[in-house]
Design a protein around this ligand. Structure first.
Ligand SMILES: [Zn+2]
Length: 236
């Protein structure tokens, strides 16, 4: 029985130390790299706000401008609308926006794409990056994730890399966090920023999908709302 309690205590300590890994205040600059406008906010909005409160510079990076995301509008018009929504969300959170050159629904992984992601890392010099978990039903999410992973390796592991989740079940798949951030204090502000993506909330889906995810991660971490992550280990 004693052994059982020791395991429980050690397990809880491990959970706490993982959580502190993101929000213990030692990070100076964080990039949150999402495939589409609204991905950084939905995946990590609470963590972004928590990091900002700790004095960390936070940059929201959009891999595409969401060109395919509004039915009945051209790619150019949609990109314009969704870029503005991303800027509005960033203003709400007090973070800077950066847009990369890929196109929603037509993203690719090749030498040019690897180079662009590595250039972003070299220019911004983050010590923390949050991006999509690579197993995802959306091709753009997968491509974005794998390019960030490659840039992490090519930069000589110059930052800590964590994967997050979006619309788990429908998009993120087989995701089991090892790291949690309590976002209860930031959840309303996160939602306000997220709701700036008016074009993506036509059926109220923003809360419908992400509220249960944040509550589930909160149950795992024994708080009201949490965001979950998996830390990329260096290995050999
Ligand atoms: Zn997306």
């Amino acid at each position: 029985m004693k052994k059982f309690f020791a395991c429980v205590v050690l397990g809880m300590m491990a959970m706490v130390s993982y959580a502190q890994a993101i929000t213990d205040g030692h990070y100076k600059k964080c990039l949150v790299i999402g495939a589409h406008p609204d991905d950084p906010e939905s995946m990590s909005g609470g963590t972004m706000l928590a990091l900002k409160d700790l004095g960390c510079e936070v940059v929201s990076v959009y891999f595409t401008r969401g060109e395919g995301g509004i039915v009945g509008k051209s790619a150019t018009e949609t990109a314009q609308i969704r870029s503005q929504e991303a800027l509005d969300a960033c203003r709400e959170m007090g973070v800077r926006a950066v847009f990369l050159s890929q196109v929603d629904g037509a993203s690719y992984v090749n030498a040019e794409a690897y180079a662009e992601m590595l250039e972003l890392i070299k220019t911004e010099k983050p010590d923390l990056v949050l991006t999509h978990w690579p197993i995802d039903s959306h091709r753009d999410h997968r491509n974005c994730s794998i390019l960030v992973y490659d840039a992490w390796r090519r930069s000589g592991y110059s930052f800590d890399l964590y994967y997050g989740e979006v619309m788990t079940g429908l998009q993120t798949q087989n995701f089991h966090p090892d790291t949690w951030v309590d976002i209860s204090k930031y959840r309303d502000q996160k939602l306000k920023a997220y709701l700036m993506h008016v074009s993506q909330n036509t059926d109220g889906n923003i809360e419908a999908y992400h509220d249960p995810m944040e509550q589930m991660r909160g149950l795992e971490y024994r708080c009201k709302y949490a965001e979950g992550y998996v830390k990329q280990q260096k290995g050999r």
